[in-house]
Write a protein that binds this ligand. Structure first.
Ligand code: P6P
Length: 338
């Protein structure tokens, strides 16, 4: 802690770097640049209603989703900031069908690859609902100095060296892990710094909040239907009522559950037969954070972090949050295989 009582993100990154004996500051520099991009995006998000940044960019992305101007802006800001870090040799983002890399020697020598959803939940921005950036960092597999290859991006989530999210909400927070627990930083706009506000977060082992889009109920696997009914009836073991909370923005729903305890569920549905959420840049980083905070992340039949991605935009069913709640869903799914 500094004399003036706060620890900024950069001070924390440097302090923690000393815990990695072989660290040369590359990951620290990368995380520092994530913080810079987050502040730039935050500034725009906060003014979204005032400047011509709302609405559609008139482009449809690889997901078949209409890109919002803010999606494109956030994508560009993070790629620009991370290129400036010189530590990233390539990027995979929700907004681009192919991976992105730069052919200059500086970038090609980068040790890390960066995967992100630059602005998750952006359809909510026009109605002033919290949205977020989700990111995941891996060491490259291909040799430094060469052009990155797809194998660099299709690593199991277990290989992540860092993951995190920025939530642009009532306050803007950056939560991240480098495998030594999860820490949260709240942006103090009066000094333009992310300041340590949530130290070594541990998510409650159990909870009473469940987050799912019940509009898809008829398409859910039988085990999920039974789990929802389980939540809606008084839990005989704990005699506690559950509450349904669904914002429709993964970062916001996950963040609330992380702090209070709860489970987020996005099963396969008719419209999304393998689930809606993307493994590489949504599920893996959130799963890494959940596990680092003592929670669990499952596809319903196994750990999300153990999956070897088959493609960049691969989708999986996603159950994440308090360990006991995720285990309960897995039990219902196993007992009601359809
Ligand atoms: P649905 C936002 O579009 C998103 O990718 C996640 O942030 C969110 O959890 C999910 O989709 C919401 O999907 O089908 O319930 O609107």
């Amino acid at each position: 802690m500094q004399g003036y009582g706060i620890t900024t993100l950069n001070e924390f990154i440097i302090e923690r770097q000393s815990e990695f004996p072989f660290a040369k500051g590359e990951l620290s520099r990368l995380l520092h640049h994530v913080g810079i991009a987050a502040k730039i995006v935050n500034k725009k998000v906060n003014k979204a209603g005032l400047v011509d940044i709302l609405g559609e960019a008139g482009v449809v992305n690889i997901q078949g989703e209409t890109q919002k101007k803010m999606d494109v802006f956030a994508d560009q800001q993070f790629i620009g900031a991370l290129r400036a870090s010189g530590e990233c040799c390539g990027f995979a983002t929700e907004e681009n069908e192919e991976t992105i890399y730069f052919n200059d020697e500086f970038s090609k020598d980068g040790k890390y690859i960066f995967c992100m959803d630059p602005l998750d939940g952006s359809s909510n921005i026009d109605v002033n609902v919290s949205i977020g950036t989700i990111f995941s960092i891996y060491r490259r597999i291909s040799p430094r100095g060469t052009t990155p290859v797809m194998e660099d991006f299709l690593q199991p989530g277990r290989n992540q060296v860092a993951a995190g999210y920025i939530i642009y909400g009532s306050s803007t927070m950056m939560m991240y892990t480098t495998g030594m627990g999860v820490n949260g930083f709240t942006l103090d706009t009066s000094i333009g710094e992310f300041c340590l506000s949530h130290i070594n977060i541990k998510t409650p082992d159990d909870g009473t909040l469940y987050s799912i889009n019940e509009g898809n109920y008829v398409h859910f696997p039988l085990g999920v239907k039974k789990y929802i009914k389980h939540c809606q009836e008084m839990d005989p073991d704990t005699n506690r009522p559950y509450s349904s909370r669904y914002i429709g923005s993964l970062v916001a729903d996950f963040h609330r559950n992380l702090l209070k305890g709860g489970i987020f569920l996005y099963p396969e549905t008719a419209k999304a037969p393998t689930g809606k959420l993307r493994l590489v840049y949504e599920c893996n980083p959130i799963a890494y954070l959940a596990e680092q905070a003592g929670g669990k992340a499952s596809t319903g039949v196994g750990c999300v972090l153990d999956i070897v991605p088959e493609s960049l935009h691969m989708r999986v069913p996603f159950y994440v949050g308090s360990r006991k709640m995720v285990e309960k869903v897995e039990e219902f799914l196993a007992a009601n295989k359809s």
